[in-house]
Design a protein around this ligand. Structure first.
Ligand code: DQA
Length: 140
């Protein structure tokens, strides 16, 4: 069975409450339960969320040299600012798939650039929470 870690960055702990017209009405915990059920027996899905850039870098470092098959990463706004996260993704061996819930290209211009996309294995953007599901499929 493959092991995947989902990493969520800042403000994604507020899913379900935060701007539901953009990010939907479902909490991530509820969605994660559905994903774990859907992939039962095929994927072991671990989860980490932090609002802190340093904690996210440390988690990428630790998980990125561990015996897992992939990381699904929604870095939130750090996507558009964080060279430290980009360097961590470059440094590690485990492939990282970048996901975004909203279609960042339809939104403000500052969301159009990602420091992470060039160092990720792939990017899935704009399918709501389903973006995470599609990233898991990519690892299968
Ligand atoms: C996001 C898009 C980012 O621009 C934003 O800062 C987020 C969420 C998304 O999943 O659509 O926090 O990563």
């Amino acid at each position: 069975m493959k092991k995947i870690l989902i990493v969520n960055g800042p403000n994604l702990n507020l899913l379900g409450k935060r701007e539901p017209e953009i990010y939907g009405a479902q909490s991530f915990d509820d969605y994660l339960n559905l994903l774990r059920k859907k992939y039962e027996g095929r994927l072991q899905i671990d989860y980490f969320q932090s609002n802190s850039e340093g904690e996210l870098v440390t988690k990428l470092q630790d998980a990125g040299f561990s015996a897992i098959d992939g990381i699904v990463l929604n870095a939130g706004a750090y996507t558009h600012t964080s060279l430290a996260m980009a360097d961590a993704i470059s440094a590690v061996k485990v492939p990282v798939v970048e996901v975004h819930i909203s279609n960042v290209f339809r939104r403000e211009e500052f969301r159009h650039h990602s420091y992470l996309s060039p160092v990720c294995a792939g990017t899935i953007v704009g399918f709501g929470l389903k973006s995470y599901d599609l990233a898991l499929e990519a690892f299968l």
